[in-house]
Design a binder for this molecule. Structure first.
Ligand code: ADP
Length: 541
């Protein structure tokens, strides 16, 4: 190869290497030299009276949203926020939260979402790690942010979004230029060593993903699309759920967690809200579909359902198309580190194979399947899935060591970064990728990404706990739960462990079942025998 990029591919015939490097890549589509920030401003000018955000009975037009975004951006700039400064948005999912997120981007800052119900310790760790000095708050999060600020070396600059918006003034965008190579956001994901990792992504990757989602879900300019905003604000998929419709003149419909828990109310929301596009995790799709099978009804304007975060089963797909043959399913696969989902399988019916693939690479994305030396494996052979191209984030913020492990130089495209997913997969003859599971102890519970090691390490920091192990119980889906086992001083009770974990971990990481044992079972090699632990858990569940 004239570019010398096949140097490390001596094991594969040139033709096959070529196919893997070019033929299986997503199409090359030139990205505009612009970012979401100015594209949103332009759209808002184009359709000022269209509905941009819906939440319960609240409706904001594009003009109303844009003004708020600009006010927040100006307030941030006045508070000293400059290019790539990290701003924590500690807010629940409301229209103001969307304005705050866009305000941060418009000021040239980096958006860091924090849930107001997160434990103080976790928020302190995230803000310290990301050198975050400014937080946007709402009345419900002020106490948390004050407590966090008191624990930081330098107190936070705290801005109340409610107050900023009440003040009025400034409706024009600030004169800040935001460039495609600039950092856009950070999402913290669970980390096996005990401290979460802050994945930092750039505007170009963010925009590339938005365009791909818009294309695959068929969102058209000014076409009256309504996209649900369902995901937790700390889950990166929450971003496209509001950004994609706002790029196109469509409307974001925020659906509260309470409504999601009441499936009948959720269905009502989809139908009454004339929702056209939504995204859920497979476990929620299963709950929703089970309800709809028992109470059949048409889903109004719904056209596309994206599913992500965990493997989508063939059975679920069969059931979906039996009930809703006209509503497409998009199986989206990827990681927070790769600007959300760089692979899509768009399904218009039950696939021919008896499993669901994760499809093909999106535009400007290269997908590789590699061995442990980072060489391409022959087509059809299992290997680790890696991504290259515009989707690859910059790394974990202020964490060189863990960045170096996962973000490596792309051996095939010198000068670019490649992200190693830790997932296994293989190419199928029809040029689609099959997902084969994880290399490490990362699990998904209701779509939340969890490193088992982080929970175990937290458990071991509790006084009196000597040994700790966490396993999962139940299949994928709503039934899957975390189960913890510990041994140690008799003063440590199961309830005590639960209370302790609840103060240091988000609720979705606190095990459902906690068991005290005299000693943890060991394998012949002296390692904790997790297989043996999974069994007693099954009996107690
Ligand atoms: P995302 O926001 O795209 O769900 P996360 O960073 O939360 O990404 O989790 C990434 C991991 O989740 C992947 O490495 C993979 O193990 C799993 N995952 C994501 N999407 C899928 C999918 N469609 N099928 C199977 N596993 C998936």
């Amino acid at each position: 190869d004239p570019q010398g990029r096949h140097a490390s591919q001596s094991l594969l015939p040139l033709e096959e290497a070529e196919k893997q490097l070019d033929g299986l890549a997503g199409p090359t589509v030139e990205l505009p030299d612009r970012t979401f920030v100015d594209l949103f401003q332009e759209r808002a000018r184009g359709c000022p009276d269209a509905i941009a955000v819906e939440h319960g009975t609240v409706r904001w037009t594009y003009r109303e949203l844009e003004r708020r975004v600009n006010r927040i951006a100006h307030a941030l700039i006045e508070a000293g926020v400059g290019t790539e400064d990290v701003v924590a948005v500690v807010m629940d999912r409301t229209p103001e939260w969307i304005a705050a997120a866009l305000g941060v981007l418009t000021a040239g800052g980096v958006y860091l979402p924090v849930r107001p119900d997160f434990p103080v310790e976790r928020v302190v760790a995230q803000l310290e790690r990301s050198a975050c000095a400014v937080a946007l708050t709402e009345p419900g999060s002020e106490a948390l942010v004050r407590a966090v600020s008191a624990r930081l070396a330098a107190p936070l600059t705290r801005l109340s979004v409610t107050r900023v918006l009440a003040r009025g003034g400034h409706t024009e965008p600030p004169s800040v230029s935001v460039t495609p190579g600039q950092a856009a956001y950070i999402y913290f994901t669970s980390g096996s060593t005990g401290s979460p990792k802050g994945a930092l992504c750039e505007h170009a990757g963010f925009l590339n993903h938005l365009y791909a989602k818009i294309e695959d879900t068929g969102i058209t300019a000014g076409g009256g699309d309504v996209v649900t905003q369902i995901a937790s604000q700390c889950f990166d998929i929450s971003l496209w759920q509001f950004a994609a419709p706002l790029l196109m003149g469509g409307s974001v419909r925020i659906v509260d967690t309470r409504t999601q828990l009441d499936v009948a109310a959720f269905v009502e929301e989809i139908v009454e809200g004339r929702v056209t596009v939504m995204q859920v995790v497979p476990s929620y799709l299963e709950v929703l579909l089970t309800h709809l099978e028992q109470h059949p009804r048409p889903l109004g304007a719904l056209r596309s359902v994206s599913v992500t975060g965990e493997a989508l089963t063939y059975e679920l797909v069969q059931r979906w198309f039996a009930a809703y043959p006209d509503v497409q399913l998009v199986n989206a696969y990827g990681a927070t580190e790769t600007s959300d989902d760089p692979m899509h399988e768009v399904l218009h019916g039950v696939p021919e194979r008896d499993f669901v693939t994760v499809g093909r690479a999106l535009r400007n994305v290269h997908t590789y399947v590699l061995d442990e030396n980072l060489a391409l494996v022959p087509l059809g052979t299992p290997g680790e899935i890696a991504f290259s191209g515009v989707c690859v984030g910059r790394g974990y913020i202020n964490d060189e060591e863990r960045t170096r492990e996962a973000f490596v130089p792309d051996p095939f495209r010198p000068g670019t970064r490649m992200y190693r997913t830790g997932d296994f997969g293989r190419w199928l003859p029809e040029d689609r990728l099959e997902f084969l599971g994880r290399r490490d102890a990362q699990v998904k519970i209701r779509g939340f990404r969890i490193e088992i090691g982080e929970i175990e390490n937290k458990l071991l920091t509790m006084e009196g706990v000597r040994e700790a192990a966490v396993v999962t119980e139940g299949d994928t889906g709503e039934q899957r739960v975390l189960v913890a086992f510990f041994s140690g001083s008799t003063e440590v009770t199961e309830e005590g462990v639960r209370d302790f974990l609840a103060t240091v971990l988000p609720d979705y990481m606190v095990p459902t079942h906690i068991h005290r044992v005299d000693r943890l079972p060991l394998t012949e090699n002296g390692k904790i025998d997790k297989k043996a632990l999974a069994r007693p858990a099954a009996e107690t569940a």
